[in-house]
Design a protein around this ligand. Structure first.
Ligand code: SRM
Ligand code: SF4
Length: 571
């Protein structure tokens, strides 16, 4: 009988728990690449093979191999690094990568442009900083994002601690990582054939697809709780987390032209106590392991399992595996996505500065030397750093007497303490070109200029301090969560985007397609009058996404499976 499973299932199965021939491939100096199957396995180790897309054509003309290099993503549950770790990570950017650090939309670091001969060295340097990259990518539980800044209060600390417990519990157990990157003992080859490794939670096929967990502390929805497979909304009483509302089945990715795929906001499944939280994650993840679609990777995320089987059947299965029932969800209120930029004081009186990092890229350019600024701050040895799920950076645990010093360092490197508008502060773009192999259009390199052009209208309309969430991605996979933006651009072709409007500012409602295949100029022509109208006609406190729905510009997307319905395109 024909094997209907997706090809990745066979690759995982024959990989001897994620070894494949990666180690051998690293030693081949005649090519900058590794074998195709190994590129799939490498993801589980936290790395992607990529090529520099700006020079693809030129190299093809010269009959040269593509300019291959590797991206590395760290596992950083809770998003915290010390000053000492920052300095080590900064060194890696300088010596092994392309001179930049990239803060991701899931609160961790990425390096780009690491050539094959540097890959192992970079992995070892990351480990020397007491950090790792295990399961940062691949069909496993990924990095866990928790509401920004554990140092803010004991509640935030409790939530960040849970993110680490969850990450530890769901971590793959294969020793392939240590073997390949850290020269650990060769378990996989023992006796020439026997594999001693095992994966009690995953099995040799791991999950059908990636699996993502986030935690938030209301009223902040800074980790976009409804965009992920599994979420925990902290319920706080008398200054303590008494438990969590559990959300399931969120996700952003879709494929242009394939209506069977769609972004989906998560459902609230029930309430669990802090003690039950790890078991709940295990049962949700392993149910998805067993129920998820292993034939079609485009329909293999938990969101489709829940769509296809129904939330009630899913809850019943979880409760049967847990051996107890989840309680009814508790009331909660989330008010906003994004980060509040600027100083905030923690419960222990220390100060925390959330720095806007445009699209998460930390680098030095003439007149704006952000990387050097953060390095100088780290060299003081005074602070910690927390990465946010919005590509920003919290300079944490600053003593009151050092606040001025931090500000002075940033300013001396040309780094503004506040972004030029609240819209910019709420803007986010995925990486896209030149490294992302799936990009159809620019994103990180385009959005800043586009926001500048939108700011002219924002300024005229008197909306400089009014947050409007704008996000862009270079393809429909949704890495910057564009379908939860009040204004979302999604790449179709070079210079051409689909324009989505009408998501809720608090992250609870998806947007709707408003214009198909528009250039940046055409999008601006459509957006400018809407922004002016919003300034004139909005109700008190009404956000742009809610306004365009109320004004009938787009219909509301109440549920993911309605995302492609009731579309009325702009004239
Ligand atoms: Fe993503 C694939 C970058 C967050 C949905 N994502 C990719 C790859 C690895 C491209 C690839 O497969 O070859 C991108 C690497 C680009 C590069 O050059 O670095 C990439 N994704 C990113 C990051 C770096 C974007 C950023 O600008 O920060 C984010 C890293 C997160 C992290 O630290 O773990 C990133 N990706 C997301 C998010 C947002 C989130 O999780 O909050 C999503 C939407 C949520 C979701 O998962 O549904 C997301 N990425 C995808 C998908 C679509 C998955 C799907 O279910 O259809 C792909 C493609 C795939 O998996 O096949 C993808
Ligand atoms: Fe690449 Fe698409 Fe993700 Fe952007 S949204 S990083 S273009 S996969």
């Amino acid at each position: 009988m024909a094997d209907k499973r997706a090809p990745n299932e066979r690759i995982k199965e024959s990989s001897r728990y994620l070894r494949g021939t990666i180690e051998d491939g690293l030693s081949h100096t005649e090519t900058g690449a590794i074998a195709d199957d190994d590129t799939q396995l490498l993801k589980f180790h936290g790395s992607y093979m990529q090529d520099h897309r700006d020079v693809r054509g030129e190299r093809a003309k010269k009959k040269l191999e593509k300019a291959f290099s590797f991206m590395i993503r760290l596992r950083l549950p809770g998003g915290v690094v010390s000053s000492e770790q920052w300095l080590k990570l900064d060194d890696i950017a300088e010596h092994q990568a392309n001179g930049t650090l990239r803060l991701t939309t899931r609160a961790t670091f990425q390096y780009h442009g690491i050539i094959k001969s540097n890959l192992k060295r970079a992995m070892q340097a990351i480990n020397a900083a007491c950090l790792d990259t295990i399961a940062a990518c691949g069909d496993v539980n990924r990095n866990i994002v928790s509401s920004a800044n554990p140092f803010l209060s004991p509640v935030h600390q409790q939530v960040a601690d849970l993110s680490r417990d969850l990450s530890d519990h769901l971590l793959p157990k294969t020793s392939a990582y240590h073997e390949i990157w850290l020269d650990g003992e060769k378990v996989g080859e023992a006796g020439g054939k026997a594999v001693k490794d095992s994966e009690p939670l995953y099995g040799e096929h791991y999950l059908p697809r990636k699996f993502k967990i986030v935690l938030v502390v209301p009223p902040d929805n800074d980790a976009d709780i409804f965009a992920h497979d599994l979420g925990y909304i902290a319920i706080v009483e008398k200054g303590k987390v008494i438990g969590y509302n559990v959300t399931v089945g969120g996700g952003m990715g879709m494929t242009h032209g394939d209506e069977d795929t769609f972004p989906r906001t998560a459902d609230v499944l029930g309430f669990c106590t802090p003690k039950q939280a790890v078991a709940v994650a295990e049962k949700v993840m392993t149910t998805q392991r067993d129920w998820g679609n292993r034939e079609n990777r485009k329909r293999a995320r938990l969101k489709y399992t829940i769509e296809d089987r129904g939330l009630d059947a899913f809850r019943k299965e979880i409760e049967s595996r847990l051996g107890f029932k989840l309680s009814a969800p508790k009331p909660f209120q989330l008010t906003h996505t994004g980060d509040a930029i600027g100083w905030r004081q923690g419960a222990d009186k220390k100060w925390h500065f959330t720095l806007f990092v445009e699209n998460g890229r930390i680098k030095d350019i003439e007149g704006w030397t952000l990387r050097s600024a953060i390095r100088e701050i780290a060299e003081l040895g005074l602070v910690d750093f927390v990465l946010t799920g919005n590509q920003n950076l919290v300079i944490a645990n600053v003593p009151a007497k050092s606040k001025r010093k931090i500000e002075t360092i940033l300013k001396s490197h040309g780094v503004a303490l506040t972004p030029s508008s609240a819209m910019r502060a709420h803007s986010m773009a995925c990486v896209a070109l030149p490294t992302c192999g799936l990009a159809l259009a620019e994103s990180e390199r385009s959005l800043p200029g586009l926001v500048t052009r939108l700011e002219e209208t924002v300024e005229k309309a008197g909306l400089r301090d009014d947050a409007i969430v704008v996000r862009m991605t270079g393809c429909p996979n949704g890495c910057a969560r564009p379908y939860l933006a009040e204004i979302g651009f999604v790449g179709r072709n070079p210079g051409i985007y689909n324009l989505y409007l009408g998501a809720a500012f608090d992250g609870s409602r998806l947007s709707k397609l408003y214009a198909r295949d528009v250039s940046e100029d055409q999008a601006l022509d459509l957006l400018k009058p809407l922004i002016i109208r919003y300034a004139k006609e909005r109700d008190k406190g009404e956000h742009f996404g809610d306004f365009v729905v109320r004004a009938g510009v787009v219909t509301a997307t109440e549920h993911g499976n309605q995302f492609h319905k009731d579309i009325v395109l702009a004239d």
